[in-house]
Write a protein that binds this ligand. Sequence first.
Ligand code: AMP
Length: 114
Amino acid sequence: MSTIFSKIINREIPADIVYETDNVLAFRDINPQAPVHILIIPKIEIPKVTDIKIPEQSILMGEMIDAANIIAKQENIDETGFRLVFNCGGDAGQDVYHLHLHLLGGRILTWPPG
Ligand code: AMP
């Protein structure tokens, strides 16, 4: 089922897009939890981590990591450090069921997460 992120991909609603390829889109989180908080999504609809098909989607997953590294450099947090998070399912607090990789940085990130 389509989510609000499909509307962002289709430019039906606005987003602050920071990176795009044929297969991946990245935009700033509307409710940032850190000075840098960007969501990296595949353009195809994959609801959550447990729906990822390997090996068919391995290259796509690699593209998401590649996007994270490129954006971290763009945002000048590649040297200071950053965190990548996939929330999967209810206990992890996943709200939007279109796969998204959170890229967080620009401040000290404590551990363990909440
Ligand atoms: P999750 O809880 O892992 O499903 O994360 C969903 C994220 O999407 C949250 O951090 C929201 O703030 C973010 N979000 C929801 N709607 C939008 C939107 N229209 N534009 C940007 N980020 C959004």
